[in-house]
Design a protein around this ligand. Structure first.
Ligand code: HEC
Ligand code: HEC
Length: 224
């Protein structure tokens, strides 16, 4: 009988012990939750309605949920200027003639609401998910020191839109062989003022000193 009592005590106190841990962890989680999602406004809601109306999730993911045909949009508004996104939503091919996202008939007002919705999504604390792409391979061969131009390319977020050697975004022209098609003067001038070289360009001007833009240009010229 004595050993039965021991088993019973172990069961009772063991259960109690883990129950207390459960309660403590529950409170810990609850105390952290309010900070993780920002407030939902009317525009956020309207954007979400438009998101469903055009079945964005049929191609895209948010928080990793959805279809894997198109890029995840969880942090898109952190990386791309609003004006660029608005243009892309209304008419993807006006940004990039090769865009495969269809023109869905999104009205300018709806585009604004969708962007507000995506900004809300971007503010949700996801513990740094999705991970940033690994860029080392895009600029240079592993092991060697990056040139100033390569470093600028990586720190300026060019790869959010452009691809080099298969790494980067798909909404702007592939730059893998850009050194074959554009010369120094064109590249330098385009960086400072894209629409002066590509009418209606959706690329934001590069904000850097002339010296840095020259380094970026030198890097582009090596891509052949
Ligand atoms: C038929 C598939 C499809 C649908 C539907 C679709 N997209 Fe896209 N979207 C794409 C593809 C593919 C891309 C990648 C760029 C390209 O090639 O056009 C893209 C790119 C984007 C981008 C640019 C992402 C970036 O990183 O620059 C945004 C923003 C975007 N889509 C938002 C939306 C929203 C919002 C909706 C719904 C209103 C939507 N998409 C519906 C296929 C789709
Ligand atoms: C928000 C998206 C975006 C970002 C960020 C961006 N670009 Fe662009 N870029 C574009 C688009 C769209 C075009 C096509 C229109 C044009 O030629 O201006 C383009 C065009 C170019 C071209 C000309 C391509 C060709 O074949 O004619 C070069 C070179 C270029 N970008 C380099 C860069 C570099 C370097 C950076 C980083 C400093 C950068 N871009 C940042 C969107 C972007």
């Amino acid at each position: 009988m004595g050993s039965n009592k021991g088993v019973r005590n172990l069961f009772i106190f063991g259960s109690l012990f883990f129950f207390v841990i459960l309660i403590v962890l529950t409170f810990d989680t609850l105390s952290k939750l309010p900070g993780r999602a920002p407030e939902i406004t009317e525009d956020v809601n309207a954007g979400k309605m438009a998101w469903h109306k055009y079945d964005c999730i049929g191609c895209h993911t948010i928080f990793g949920n959805g279809s894997y045909f198109a890029p995840d949009l969880t942090k898109t508004t952190d990386k791309k200027p609003e004006a660029y996104l608005k243009r892309f939503l209304i008419d993807p091919k006006s940004v990039n003639p090769k865009a495969s996202m269809p023109k869905l008939g999104i009205m300018p007002e709806e585009a604004d609401q969708i962007i507000v919705f995506l900004k809300w999504i971007a503010k949700v604390d996801t513990n740094d998910w999705p991970p940033k792409p690994i860029l080392a391979g895009a600029a240079g061969v592993g092991g060697r020191e990056l040139t100033a131009g390569e470093r600028l390319y990586q720190s300026s977020g060019c790869s959010e839109c452009h691809m080099i050697n298969g790494i980067g975004g798909t909404t702007a022209p592939d730059l893998t062989h850009i050194g074959n098609t554009r010369d120094k003067a064109w590249l330098f001038g385009h960086f400072k003022n894209p629409p002066a070289y590509t009418p209606d360009s959706a690329m934001p001007a590069v904000e850097a000193s002339d010296g840095e833009i020259e380094q970026l240009t030198e890097y582009m010229l090596t891509l052949k």
